[in-house]
Design a protein around this ligand. Sequence first.
Ligand SMILES: Cc1cc2nc3c(=O)[nH]c(=O)nc-3n(C[C@H](O)[C@H](O)[C@H](O)COP(=O)(O)OP(=O)(O)OC[C@H]3O[C@@H](n4cnc5c(N)ncnc54)[C@H](O)[C@@H]3O)c2cc1C
Length: 497
Amino acid sequence: MGLKSLVLLLPSLAVPSTCSSCKSSRPFLLAFAVSFSALPGFSFCSERNAYSPLEAMNRYLYLLLCSHIVLTTSTELPVCIVGAGASGLSAAHALEALGRHTVIFDAKDTVGGNAQNYYENDQAFYLGPLLIGNSSHPETMKIVESVDVPVTTYTPESSWIFNWTTGETWTAPETPQTPPPEFLEELQRYTENVSDELTVSTTEWFTEQKFPLLHATIMPSLIAWGYGDVDELPIFYPLSIFTPAALMGTRLRVDFHEVFQRWSRQLSRSEIHPGSKVDCIDRSEETITLYYTSSQNQNTPLQQSCSDLILAFPPTLSSLEAAGLSLSAEEHTVFSAVRTTNYFSAAVRLDTPHLSFFQITTETPYSSPEIAGQPVSVEGQYNNSDISLLYALASHSQSVEGVADVTLQTLSRINGDPTDDDAITTPVTPTDIKAFRHHPYYFPHFEADALRGGLYDLFNDLQGANRTYFTSGLNRVEHVEYVVVAAREVVQRYFST
Ligand SMILES: Cc1cc2nc3c(=O)[nH]c(=O)nc-3n(C[C@H](O)[C@H](O)[C@H](O)COP(=O)(O)OP(=O)(O)OC[C@H]3O[C@@H](n4cnc5c(N)ncnc54)[C@H](O)[C@@H]3O)c2cc1C
């Protein structure tokens, strides 16, 4: 081994291995497992996923059986996909189109990933994606049409700005039916003179390019959709989402959970394992082995052999660690630079007018609100329902309970009819919260320095190394259309030969 390869190897040894002992196909491990079986607390895969000696033996026997099957049928091994959200399902459909078999795992009991809803009285309250547009979601629209889920329009009957600390509310400025000529003029210039690097902050870019109207128009969506602090957010991401066509197109709504459920049923060469958390991945042998536990039987560890592995979830260090992936040095470099936002969605019963929309006030139309766990937008969904949807953004250090508390306090300040000056607001209690979802790995992205440092080149270089592929919002941007397209790109580029 030359000096160069040794130097390359050193960092990988330094990277903590979360799953080193799952390399269990070697016979000596049987003796190892037996001899350690008397020791209390023996961990077969990792500390976090400790297995009893009996379970360890169980795993070993599965592996023996499986390795035999692998030897005889290795050419027919499926591609394993971890994650049955928009990314994983898109990858599976694209692989099936190439004649490949897949096995898909998701820790959730149902497919759809982020696309999960709260249902009451036959009405859906979307706790994940809901907005779709002909111009902004052309590929997604084809999927929706193929599964025949209706697409609807939505317009709030009244719009309000609220101060989250005082509860003061006032009427939101009216959005003109047709954009004024000044806005159209900005739109014309919008994608000219885009900096090559695309790493400047969103605020800086809009200011430098003199786009006050576009900036003010895009801000409420950036805030409500949880994209973080615009003073830091590289303009690359907003530009990817808010294309001129998307800005001018109609925003429609669709039940994405239903779409993904129906779409998953159209898969014919795939095995889907909902309620199955992958907690150890062994890439040390020619065949990749996944170990997973099913929510129905957590005591019996299961495993699956595969030719290739697609990780279809936001690849943060902690989510990869939870999947029991032992990272290469290159993977560690890239994924330690991945940032996410701490995002929440909830369905809550309120005394506000049914189709009202409340948006948080900010210091200027161009600034982000303080990120303190408070709701940033609250929106009534149906004219015959008192349940509203809200989105909240917190710092990563804030606890889920802390965010729930701030949410209740803020809602209690605005929970009334803003058209009635004398109305008294009523407290919102935990029983009013019908569903509360935490999205801790929302919007995987790189910060400006990492973008400048060429992290996307390094990320792309990882595709295929160790027969592992990555597809999620990180590939482009967190948005159904882009994750669908990115997953297809990965499959077409690396599996179609
Ligand atoms: C509140 C909210 C609102 C949104 N609104 C919109 C919108 O209106 N329009 C739009 O276009 N986009 C919207 N988005 C973005 C969109 O939902 C995402 O871009 C998209 O769903 C991401 O899909 P994904 O498959 O990459 O990831 P996910 O949906 O996060 O799916 C990843 C899956 O991987 C599973 N997983 C992870 N680790 C493991 C493991 N170890 N073992 C087993 N399973 C594992 C998880 O359980 C999860 O189900 C919204 C997102 C949120 C959260």
